[in-house]
Design a protein around this ligand. Structure first.
Ligand code: SAM
Length: 298
């Protein structure tokens, strides 16, 4: 097992496969990556990292970016992975209608789709795109048809833009008969440029608690799940949250092929040479895990 100095066992990898994106969201933290790599991580390097990690008991992989569907070889990457318990991707959904079936055939289990607002004008303000919205909704339908479920609808909360749209989002997912879960995400002010959009997350938590018929907690990050009007709403609350960090079980991989111990830091990355042997990759995974440290400590 890969266990860090704080007793946290690594169970999942979050792999950014490109910095390219077809949207320009005002809030995007770009998975905490501040530079653009000269070369995108190759399929072979991804497969070799995942294969070595599975030897340590890692059984979940989430793909991100940039926009992972910008990689035309995404299906090939997924198909080449060793057997895993869960392979998922977070996408803005624009290309999902065309690719959902082929992604599912390749072995993708499920998707998160970022829908920062269900109001077309707000969606445009947030993402910069006036034409993507209907494509994203088509992508959600295609993902459900392809069995990439449960689809998680990701909504980063932005004060004054979409924070009044939570009820609308709950009503929206209710039509999907349990195939869609709403994931509300606290905004991280990563580049120090979105502080004016920070919401009162205590207020959101209280509101959800008062409406829920049941509340449970996931082991990952101790995220709370609320059952409201027959649907599931998950709250991701990372900021100043030592419980979140204490229960983080993921190691990240950057779009340029570096191991990244924490979303919030770039001073402790571990480079993986394209030609590293499986033995060397195992050593580098251990080194990166030893660099892990909770960003918010209790
Ligand atoms: N393009 C893909 C997408 O839209 O899902 C993947 C990249 S995006 C960086 C991955 C996830 O990070 C999305 O779920 C998004 O909501 C979340 N995210 C991006 N910026 C964020 C921020 N500043 N605070 C919290 N979550 C953020």
């Amino acid at each position: 097992m890969l266990t860090d100095r704080y007793g946290r066992v690594i169970k999942s990898l979050r792999i950014s496969i490109t910095k390219r994106c077809n949207l320009n969201c005002i809030y995007c933290h770009q998975e905490g990556e501040t530079c653009k790599p000269e070369k995108e991580i190759s399929k072979d390097t991804i497969v070799r990292i995942v294969s070595s990690a599975t030897g340590f008991g890692v059984n979940k992989v989430k793909f991100s970016g940039g926009e992972p569907l910008m990689r035309s070889d995404f299906e090939e990457i997924i198909a080449a992975l060793p057997a895993l318990k869960d392979i998922s991707a977070t996408t803005n959904g624009i290309l999902l209608a065309q690719r959902a079936a082929s992604l599912a055939d390749s072995g993708l289990d499920r998707v998160n789709v970022s829908v920062p607002s269900l109001n077309k004008e707000h969606y445009k303000t947030i993402t910069g795109s006036s034409h993507a919205y209907p494509m994203v909704l088509g992508g959600i339908d295609a993902a459900i048809d392809a069995g990439l479920t449960p689809v998680k609808l990701n909504m980063v909360l932005l004060k004054g833009i979409n924070d009044s749209g939570i009820d609308e989002a709950i009503k929206f997912i209710a039509r999907y008969d349990g195939n869609v879960i709403l994931q509300l995400i606290e905004l991280m002010n990563f580049k120090n440029n979105v502080s004016r959009f920070m919401v009162d997350i205590d207020g959101v938590e209280k509101m959800l608690g008062s409406r829920a018929t049941q509340v449970s907690e996931r082991s990952m990050h101790r995220r709370k799940k609320y059952f409201i009007d027959g649907v599931e709403v998950e709250l991701v609350r990372p900021i100043d949250n030592s419980k979140f960090c204490a229960n983080c079980n993921r190691l990240r991989v950057t779009a340029g092929g570096k191991l990244k111990p924490c979303l919030m830091r770039n001073d402790n990355l571990v480079d993986i040479n394209e030609n590293a042997t499986p033995d060397e990759i195992r050593g580098l995974l251990e080194k990166a895990v030893m660099n892990r440290e909770p960003y918010y400590k209790g």
